[in-house]
Design a protein around this ligand. Structure first.
Ligand SMILES: [Zn+2]
Length: 392
């Protein structure tokens, strides 16, 4: 993170989790406990100054007026850079709210309406109405008070069940309320109707089965394991999917293989002949590529210089640290260009497999803030290369 800190201590969400999720545990040092005690007070005086754009839009106090996530009901994990295009604010958010259509059983739909408005009779809610009774949760090794957010979102079983499904889908941040959790599923955009159905239904079925597991324990004293809850969610989703898309038969008995099959349904396969072409006489061609595990994750890049006969003149690879795929692509190409220039070459040909990067250099796409600096440097050398092209 590039910003300065005004009057605050170090440490932020990336390292310790957001303040609302920090918990003290037995065995922690006295110093750490005192730091946690002071964290909420210190946090109010921390202000992040936007620099490279990777402050959290919702969780960091970059406005100076407090955290935005505390002023809205719906938010996702997004850096400030996501809201900036070409140095200005991007006012249009690309979200895809759930469409209407009855594919859930009516009782589950009603249950979700009640859940989202906080009207589920867990003991934490009943206490407010004067109902006295045990309020220990069913889901944790060290039982906590039974509240809606605990049973459905932050309790041990809830966390494990959500994680089981979210790991494969990807792109979910930490959530501490069930409203945030469910809405982050509903706001996910899918390209095909199959994935859209999954984003719309699965979170409701998870909540419904967590509720049934809780009731089974409370009223029948039967404890379901996390795996049993996940299996029930998956079986119910597969049934609803079969009802909605009768023409599609997916003979998969596990969630990972079923998800892969559903994700593959929407993809259209085009066959394109791919071939590298030699540059013209006396021109050196640079092919670069960025790579990473996950997005954003640890990344690197590399490239090759070849002459008009296809002979490799030079190759390079480098490690960039944690960043997005586009950042890695830009850095790899920039590193290659700097190597060419350091060797006194001009009139070279650039080629990358990132269509977005090519369009950015050609000025045909809006530049995300996060790569603006590197892109400006690449454009600055534009008089030295004679051609830039995209390859697969
Ligand atoms: Zn619990």
């Amino acid at each position: 993170m590039g910003p300065a800190i005004c009057g605050g201590s170090s440490g932020r969400g990336n390292h310790y989790g957001y303040s609302s999720c920090i918990r003290t545990c037995p065995g922690q040092s006295a110093t750490w406990r005192r730091m946690l005690d002071a964290w909420l007070v210190a946090e109010r005086h921390i202000r992040w100054i936007v620099g490279s754009g990777n402050s959290s839009f919702w969780h960091d106090n970059w406005l100076g007026s407090g955290l935005l996530c505390r002023q809205v009901e719906i938010f996702q994990e997004q850096p400030v850079a996501d809201f900036v295009v070409q140095g200005g604010w991007n006012w249009v958010l690309d979200v895809d709210p759930p469409s209407s259509g009855q594919v859930l059983p009516l009782k589950v739909s009603f249950f979700m309406v009640r859940l989202m408005s906080g009207r589920i009779p867990v003991m934490g809610v009943l206490h407010k109405f004067g109902v006295v009774g045990p309020s220990r949760c069913f889901c944790c090794r060290d039982p906590s008070q039974e509240t809606i957010n605990h049973i459905f979102c932050i309790g041990d079983v809830a966390r494990q069940v959500w994680s089981f499904f979210e790991v494969l889908v990807g792109g979910f941040g930490e959530a501490f309320t069930i409203r945030h959790k469910v809405i982050s599923w509903w706001l996910k955009s899918g390209k095909c109707p199959y994935i859209k159905l999954l984003f719309r239904l699965l979170s409701s079925l998870i909540c419904w089965n967590l509720w049934k597991a809780r009731n089974k324990f409370v009223f029948k004293e039967k404890l379901l394991t996390m795996k049993q809850v996940c299996d029930r969610v998956f079986i119910e989703f597969r049934e609803r999917f079969g009802v909605q898309f009768r023409e599609i038969i997916i003979p998969c008995s596990s969630w990972p293989s079923f998800f892969d099959a559903v994700a593959g349904l929407g993809s259209v396969v085009n066959v394109v002949q791919v071939r590298w072409k030699c540059p013209v006489q006396a021109i050196v061609k640079l092919n670069s590529d960025g790579c990473l595990r996950g997005n954003p994750r640890r990344s690197g890049g590399g490239g090759l210089f070849r002459d008009s006969d296809g002979r490799v003149l030079l190759a390079f690879s480098c490690y960039f640290g944690e960043m997005t795929s586009l950042q890695a692509e830009v850095k790899a190409l920039l590193h290659g260009v700097q190597l060419v220039i350091a060797r006194g070459l001009a009139n070279f040909h650039l080629e990358s497999d990132s269509l977005v990067l090519i369009q950015l250099i050609q000025g045909r796409a809006k530049c995300p803030w996060v790569v603006q600096r590197e892109l400006q440097e690449l454009v600055q050398y534009s008089h030295l290369y004679i051609e830039i092209s995209h390859c697969f």
